[in-house]
Structure formats: structure tokens, C-alpha cells
Design a binder for this molecule. Structure first.
Ligand code: GLU
Ligand code: MG
Length: 457
């Protein structure tokens, strides 16, 4: 993984001097009539309000009014009562001009990613993007820049069935989705988002497209755009794209692995002589120490737990290891000649129902906790964990992961660090919403639960 200066914005560097003016010029160039002010709710759903071109300059200054109750919505879109949370509260949807992108799959429309702030402009205690900003600030206090990339898999469906039946990395599998994928890559590029690689994945209709790593906030923003663009471009091609962990019963899951490295001058995860540094080892120690609670934020839906099948490379074993694809944390072997740039860790136990700002922010807080307390991650697992008995896994310190969203939420509530950094009312909103999903979806027909996730994500 390399450092990246790739910008997600269509605003050129020369214009970056005056963000608002540059934005207005970019809106003109994109011929956008509506600019969507977008944010991601606690269930990972992209929400928004659109502003006309004429009103944009005003709303960039004032933000847009929003009832805070929207951030208490469950997956069935029912606001949940949360103790201490005022349903009459108002927040302001405040755009970050640097995130502007035209939406080529929706001609005449463009988008901005937003923070949710209080009426007086101070940060709102349940804004997901602010949570990641805070985690990045904490990393900076310790002297580190954070470089990250989300690596989502998705399923292309036509009339509810997988688009193709190709094999993993199938040479002909490329053809099945070629038109859609090529237009997706072009659309992303036109928005300033650089794609790194693409391949057909293991399951019918499953594909994977990776973006260039970027500073943490931008990486999460890019992931939000990637999801929106993929779904929008697929729709324009008469297809449905779903990032649901398992959109149809029987399919192998869609992961959303998170690659991370900390930088201080150079790559602080890379030891001077090659291999993992002490910084990286302690960071891993922190992530492992908080893994059960983290799972509630990384595998954030009822459907997430359909994906966590041992042997499917979803990272279901609570351990780390070099190139160990069933470990929650894989340490990818660096590329020859690019060792410094490509040393990173990959948190595999994450899917795209996670709110990316909460997911990345929580991983950072856990990892930094490991650094501050010099947590020892133990020995890396260098064998296939599927071949080890339950007793042997225990002996080697492999941490059992929650097996359902209900178990994960309980683990999160037991995790003092994560509860403390989430803060109030974010933690109460999050745990209440997730419990509502467990309750509501538990009463539904299992086929409908798969379909609901396929549709929403
Ligand atoms: N589909 C797997 C998952 O659920 C990942 C396969 C891979 O390693 O690319 O995470
Ligand atoms: Mg993959």
C-alpha cells in the first residue's frame, strides 16, 4: 500500500485556495442542478438532502436543517426511542467542499459529503464523520498520519439473480460484467477517484474493485462514493449492485477489508530491516484486544453473521498472521521493491454494512490503545486455523468472535474504551438501533431478511 495524494474532489489544486468559490465553479462545470448533501447513518445507509444550484452558496454557509431523530432510524427506517436523546433536537447538515463530486450516473446531479453539527456549529455527539476526524486527530497527537483503503466486494444481480456464474479470477468472468465495470471505473476517475485493481471474485456475480489508499478521512469518503457510484452505474446498466454481506442465501460473502498503516516520516508499520515494526505489532495487539466489541461496528448488520463462515476468508478467527486469509488481521506480504510503501495490515472481519467512519475510527482507537499500552499481540498464526482443534485454537490465544449481531452489541457494551470514545449520544443511538434490528428482523422470514439487506446495501 502506498501513500496517496489522490484527491476525491473534482476541484483542481489551483482552485483549492477558496473552497467555496472553487466549488461553485466545479458545480458550473458539472452542469449540476441539484447538489446532494449526503451523510451516512448509523446503519451505513447513505442519506441526503438536495440543494439547487441557486441556493448552494447560502447552504454552504448555513448548513441544512435536519431532525436529529433521523440518526435514530433502524434498518426498517423506524426511529428508535433512546434514553436522553431529544427527538425535537435539530442538527445542521454541513458540507465539506473538498468532497465535491459530479455524479455521472445521475446527469445534472452532484454530491458533497457532510458533517452533522449542532445549531451553534459545534460538533454533534452522534456525527459519524466527526468520530473518524477525532480518531485521526488522536493519531496526529501521537505523531502519526493514517493511510487506509477499504476493499469491498459486491454482487451484480439481474432480475434478482447473480449476473454471472464465473469462477474466481475467471478470465472469461471479466467479460460478463465488462460494460458495467468499465463505465464504473470511468465514472470514478471523472470524480477524481483512482481505481487500483479489479477482478471477478469467488461467488456467482461477485466482483471486487480496489481504490488507491488515501489519508483516513478521504479513504472513508472514497468508500462512500465507491458504493454510491457502483450502485448507480449498475442501475444505469439495468443491473443491481449489492454490497450486502450475503445478498442471497448460499452465496459466499462480500467482505469489505480495511487496509491501514501509520506514517511518521516514513511508514511506521515497516521495521527498518523489513517486516513489521513494534508500532505495527502494538497496533495489532490493540485491535485484537478490542476485537469482540469492534465486531459490532465492523460487522454491523444481522446479515453480517451469515458471511462469517470459517474457510471463506472472511477473517473469522480472532488472530493475526502473515498472509493468513482466515485471520481477522492479515499481514499482507509486501511487494518486492516496494516494501516500505506496501507494508500494512488488513482487517478482514469487516463488511460494507459498517458505517465506514465508525469502522475506521474504532479500529484506529483500538490500535492506538495498543500503542499507548504496548499491548503484545502474541505470536502470529502461521498455519491454517481451520486445521486446528478448538482446544488448540484456545491454547494459541485465538479469540472467539461474536456469532450474531446481538452478541456483538453485548461485547461492544462491555468494551470500556470503545464505549468511551464513541461517547454520548452516539453509543446509545448505535446500540439501540442495532438491538432494534435484531428484534425486528428476528421476526421476519429469513428470505426476506436476505432480500432486505440486498436492497438496502
Ligand atoms: N469474500 C471473502 C470475505 O468475505 C474475502 C475473499 C478474499 O480474501 O478476497 O471477506
Ligand atoms: Mg476479495
Amino acid at each position: 500500500m502506498a501513500t496517496s495524494t489522490v484527491s476525491t474532489t473534482a476541484v483542481t489544486a489551483a482552485e483549492a485556495m477558496d473552497p467555496a468559490e472553487a466549488l461553485m465553479a466545479a458545480v458550473e462545470r458539472a452542469d449540476a442542478e441539484i447538489v446532494r448533501f449526503l451523510w451516512v447513518d448509523h446503519n451505513g445507509i447513505l442519506r441526503g438532502k438536495g440543494v439547487t444550484r441557486e441556493l448552494l452558496a447560502d447552504r454552504l454557509r448555513t448548513g441544512i436543517g435536519l431532525s436529529a431523530v433521523r440518526q435514530s432510524a433502524s434498518l426498517l427506517d423506524r426511529p428508535q426511542p433512546v434514553p436522553g436523546f431529544q427527538v425535537m433536537e435539530e442538527v445542521r447538515v454541513t458540507a465539506d467542499p473538498s468532497t465535491f463530486v459530479p455524479l455521472p450516473y445521475a446527469p445534472g446531479s452532484a454530491g458533497l459529503l457532510c458533517d452533522l453539527v449542532n445549531r451553534d456549529g459545534s460538533p454533534w455527539g452522534a456525527c459519524p464523520r466527526t468520530f473518524l476526524r477525532d480518531a485521526v486527530a488522536r493519531s496526529a497527537d501521537l505523531g502519526f498520519d493514517v493511510i487506509a483503503a477499504f476493499e469491498p466486494e459486491f454482487t451484480l444481480l439481474r432480475d434478482g439473480a447473480p449476473l454471472d456464474d464465473s469462477l474466481m479470477l475467471d478470465g472469461e468472468g471479466f467479460d460478463a460484467a465488462n460494460d458495467c465495470i468499465v463505465s464504473l471505473i470511468r465514472s470514478l476517475r471523472s470524480a477524481g477517484i483512482a481505481v487500483e485493481q479489479y477482478h471477478p471474485e469467488a461467488s456467482p456475480g461477485q466482483h471486487e474493485l480496489t481504490l488507491r489508499p488515501a489519508p483516513a478521512l478521504r479513504a472513508a469518503d472514497q468508500h462512500v462514493w465507491q458504493r454510491a457510484f457502483t450502485r448507480g452505474v449498475a442501475r444505469a446498466h439495468g443491473l443491481q449492485a449489492s454490497f450486502a454481506p450475503v445478498p442471497l442465501a448460499g452465496l459466499r460473502g462480500n467482505g469489505n477489508h480495511v487496509h491501514i498503516s501509520l506514517w511518521r516520516g516514513g511508514n511506521a508499520f515497516c521495521a527498518p530491516g523489513g517486516g513489521l515494526s513494534e508500532v505495527a505489532r502494538h497496533f495489532i495487539g490493540g485491535v485484537l484486544a478490542h476485537l469482540p466489541g469492534l465486531t459490532a461496528l465492523l460487522c454491523a448488520s444481522v446479515n453480517s453473521y451469515e458471511r462469517l463462515v470459517p474457510g471463506n476468508w472472511a477473517g473469522t478467527f480472532g488472530c493475526y498472521g502473515p498472509d493468513n486469509r482466515d485471520a481477522a488481521i492479515r499481514v499482507p506480504s509486501p511487494l518486492r521493491g516496494a516494501e516500505t510503501a506496501t507494508t500494512n495490515i488488513e482487517v478482514k472481519v469487516c463488511d460494507a454494512t459498517a458505517n465506514p467512519y465508525l469502522a475506521l475510527g474504532a479500529i484506529l482507537h483500538a490500535g492506538l490503545d495498543g500503542l499507548e499500552h504496548r499491548i503484545d499481540p502474541g505470536e502470529p498464526l502461521t498455519v491454517d486455523p481451520n486445521l486446528l482443534s478448538a482446544a488448540e485454537l484456545l491454547r494459541r490465544g485465538v479469540i472467539p468472535l461474536p456469532r450474531s449481531l446481538a452478541e456483538a452489541v453485548e461485547a461492544l457494551e462491555r468494551d470500556e474504551l470503545l464505549m468511551s470514545v464513541l461517547g454520548s449520544p452516539r453509543r446509545e443511538l448505535y446500540t439501540t438501533i442495532k438491538r432494534a434490528d435484531v428484534r425486528d428482523l428476528g421476526g421476519m422470514d429469513p428470505g426476506d431478511v436476505f432480500a432486505l439487506h440486498a436492497q438496502r446495501f
